[in-house]
Design a protein around this ligand. Structure first.
Ligand SMILES: [Fe+2]
Length: 225
């Protein structure tokens, strides 16, 4: 991805979140210079993958395949120095922009429509060898258990949420014509390096073409103090 696109995507996400009444914590707005000056007091941010995370999942059209993520809080399954057992993200999804089919082995997550559009999520059980199962899916939406056929599209309006349990395959997008979507994610501890299992091979952290200076650092880019 080009740095100029990443700069713009982050700035558009900041305005969209503010428009929707969702305020970000201070480190969302730190400049690269502030990151260079930050000392060990900011270790929780660096070591637990907090901050901006823009992905095109290895594709070349971010508006078709991609996701804008800001991780507000997270623990660390590999380091007991960080005992927080929960995580929270906020996500921006463009109309029709797809997050590809994947499951998590460890993370359990609630994906919450925080407004702006309509969330469509397709769900399948996974087989032990990582294929899509044809068995019915039991999935909770806001405390109500639904038993639905394999591959069902759940359609969730503002305020609605879905609980994604480990090993449940899920793919989601914002319904075209219904608006750009703000999502919340409340989950157990999250490790995006080891706990995303995609149905089709795809990337997670993009290579960056530095066509202009970074105005915001991604969570993979913080300098060590
Ligand atoms: Fe997920």
């Amino acid at each position: 991805m080009r740095r100029s696109d990443i700069n713009r995507i982050i700035e558009e996400a900041m305005s969209f979140m503010r428009e929707r009444g969702f305020e970000l914590p201070p480190f969302a707005h730190w400049t690269p210079e502030q990151w260079r000056r930050a000392g060990a007091e900011a270790d929780e941010i660096r070591e637990n993958q907090l901050g901006w995370d823009i992905t095109n999942f290895g594709g070349d059209d971010f508006l078709k395949l991609g996701l804008t993520i800001f991780t507000l809080r997270n623990g660390n399954a590999k380091n007991p120095a960080w005992p927080k057992p929960y995580a929270e993200k906020v996500l921006v999804v463009e109309e029709g922009q797809v997050t590809p089919m994947h499951y998590h082995k460890s993370k359990m997550e609630d994906i919450i429509n925080r407004g702006g559009g309509v969330l469509v999520m397709q769900v399948y059980n996974s087989t032990p060898d990582g294929a899509l199962a044809d068995t019915p899916v039991s999935v909770g939406t806001d405390g109500v258990l639904r038993n639905v056929p394999a591959g069902t599209l759940l359609r969730l309006g503002p305020g609605e949420s879905v609980t994604v349990t480990p090993l449940l395959y899920h793919k989601f997008w914002a319904e075209p014509g219904a608006g750009k979507l703000l999502l919340g994610e409340v989950s157990s501890v999250n490790d995006d390096y080891t706990d995303n299992f995609f149905h089709e091979p795809c990337g997670r952290f993009p290579e960056i073409d530095e066509d202009e200076p970074a105005r915001h650092l991604l969570l993979t880019e913080y300098p060590k103090p």
